[in-house]
Ligand binder design. Structure first.
Ligand SMILES: Cc1cc2nc3c(=O)[nH]c(=O)nc-3n(C[C@H](O)[C@H](O)[C@H](O)COP(=O)(O)OP(=O)(O)OC[C@H]3O[C@@H](n4cnc5c(N)ncnc54)[C@H](O)[C@@H]3O)c2cc1C
Length: 506
């Protein structure tokens, strides 16, 4: 496979395009290209046996649960996932209502219905609401540092802790209440780690944090499963476009490759798969997760990526957020309960306690979302981020079930609380073609790194010279980490290629 510079596509035949990855970014790009007559030579190479990537709905407990994406964040007119879901008829009346679309929550997570502390007490919801209000008002203040040349501290976590420390010094309550307040704040820190997909808010850069953009609308879900959306896009593609179980090993670019079937034509890119199959192409739209790119950077591109792109990938953040579903025969919670918060009284954001993974991984769990009751099952969905979440992936189902049963017994003060009937959890960090959950802007990185990652190769290339185009959630500067960011990025790169096509009237 010799490298000898780029080559242009044969006139009149249309370019051959490969999309790598069949998540919503890849499917969105393929769907756009398929609508254009020039792109009839299109393939989507997907490593696994299914489409959807981090959108993954599973039939379980007599219903559907989401292992990955759960909500349409900001479901309103400006959100392409909302628009597409509405077009496909996947949303209900309430989700589509104007009223729902106008709600502005500014990214704040709703209050819990009940908050349990580790010493068997139910916490006053007033105290929890006070702490939520403090936490989210400080989080809103981080926007003041957007685009400032130098921030007072590098990370969101340090900023929040500094402010909380100052305020806590003026609290006049007794020591016990003070400790409780800090413990509740610690749970909000852990919740924000889930939202940001990071181990610690100390890893999230303060300056660029406000660049993430929230759309209006009350977050909503798909009653039939999020995967219905990627399923609809998939169905709209011509049959032979998707190639499953084709993990790509190396992308050879800046070359001149010939294919036996078309010996007269030269292609600048050759995509080599793990099973030895090779696909030549004029353009590749790469949508693999940032976690995968970080792990395989040294071998995935031949020649290697230009240093500025490789360094941007190194600086960018990609962490883990997992879900743990617990199935109960009977609910132990009240009928109107929506979220059960768990608070560890020995935790404080002002103390840098390192959790021993083996003994205390579950202390990072923020609580449980109560799923709408299935026919014969009652299901809670726990959320846990960071290294503790990655450690949880290494445990057996029995170990996880046992630990969480103990947590719930301790929190409710009921030593006979029936154990869950079964457990199901995501393992996004161990997933070889994902290696985590989603991206964030890490300390030492800025939104410019996102743009650098999104730049096509070769750098400064124009027209038919564009060889590798980059899409996926981590390439969207203001909507990273979301399904709508991913979809928009796929459309962006498809449009980039479409714009290179000669217009019939020119
Ligand atoms: C637990 C969790 C909860 C989430 N919750 C939400 C939410 O509520 N709302 C929201 O908007 N977003 C949420 N997200 C984020 C959202 O799911 C993602 O941002 C989005 O789905 C990413 O789409 P993508 O196409 O960029 O990547 P992916 O969906 O990861 O698609 C990439 C595809 O590339 C494939 N691939 C990887 N390597 C190779 C290779 N070498 N060769 C071929 N194929 C390869 C993968 O198998 C995968 O199918 C959540 C994610 C997780 C993990």
């Amino acid at each position: 496979m010799e490298s000898s510079g780029g080559s242009a596509e044969a006139p009149g035949r249309g370019p051959r395009v490969l999309v790598v990855g069949g998540g919503i970014a890849g499917l969105g790009a393929a769907e756009r290209l398929c609508r254009h007559p020039a792109f009839w030579q299109l393939r989507v190479l997907e490593a696994t046996a299914r489409a959807g990537g981090r959108i993954r709905s599973e039939r379980k407990f007599g219903g559907v649960v989401e292992m990955g994406a759960q909500w349409i964040h900001g479901p309103s007119k400006g959100n392409p996932v909302f628009q597409l879901a509405a077009q496909y008829g996947l949303l209900g009346e309430k989700e589509l209502s104007e009223e729902n679309q106008l709600v502005e929550l500014g990214g704040h997570v709703g209050l819990p219905s009940v908050s349990y502390a580790s010493s068997w007490q139910r916490l006053s919801l007033e105290l929890v609401a006070d702490m939520a209000s403090l936490f989210y008002s400080l989080l809103d203040q981080t926007r003041e540092f957007l685009h400032v040349a130098e921030t007072p501290v590098p990370s969101v976590g340090e900023f929040l802790r500094r402010e909380i420390g100052q305020q806590a010094a003026e609290w006049t309550e007794d020591e016990e209440t003070r400790k409780l307040r800090l413990a509740v704040l610690s749970t909000f820190f852990h919740l924000e780690c889930c939202v940001s997909g990071t181990h610690s808010m100390d890893r999230v850069a303060l300056g660029p944090f406000g660049e993430y953009t929230m759309l209006p609308g009350l977050d909503c879900t798909f009653s039939g499963g999020y995967e219905g959306l990627t399923g609809c896009i998939l169905t709209s593609l011509p049959k032979d476009v998707m190639v499953f179980n084709k993990p790509v090993k190396t992308i050879h670019w800046n070359g001149s490759f010939r294919e036996e079937a078309v010996p007269t034509e030269m292609f600048p890119v050759l995509v080599e798969c793990e099973d030895g199959a090779c696909f030549a192409a004029h353009h590749v739209i790469l949508t693999v997760p940032l976690g995968f790119l970080k792990e395989h950077l040294d071998t995935f591109f031949q020649p290697p990526l230009p240093p500025e792109k490789a360094e941007a990938i190194g600086r960018m953040g990609f962490g883990t957020n997992n879900k743990i579903f617990l199935e109960f025969e009977e609910p132990f919670w009240e009928p109107e309960c929506q979220f059960i918060q768990v608070v560890w009284e020995d935790m404080s954001p002002l103390e840098n306690a390192r959790l021993e993974l083996q003994d205390a991984w579950f202390k990072k769990l923020v609580g449980f979302l109560v799923l709408p009751a299935f026919e014969s099952a009652h299901v809670l969905c726990g959320f846990i981020a960071g290294l503790e979440s990655e450690f949880m992936e290494t445990l057996s189902d029995e170990e996880v079930l046992m630990s969480l049963t103990q947590v719930l017994r301790r929190m409710t003060g009921d030593p006979r609380l029936p154990a869950p009937r079964s457990v199901l959890r995501s393992r996004w960090h161990s997933a070889p073609y994902t290696r985590g959950s989603y991206s964030y802007v890490a300390v030492g990185s800025t939104g410019d790194d996102i743009d650098t990652l999104a730049e096509p190769l070769p750098a400064g290339g124009t027209g038919t010279q564009l060889q590798i185009l980059f899409a996926g959630e981590a390439t969207h500067r203001t909507f990273y980490s979301t399904t709508h960011g991913a979809l928009l990025s796929g459309w962006r790169e498809a449009e980039r290629l479409i714009s290179l096509q000669p217009r019939p009237w020119l």
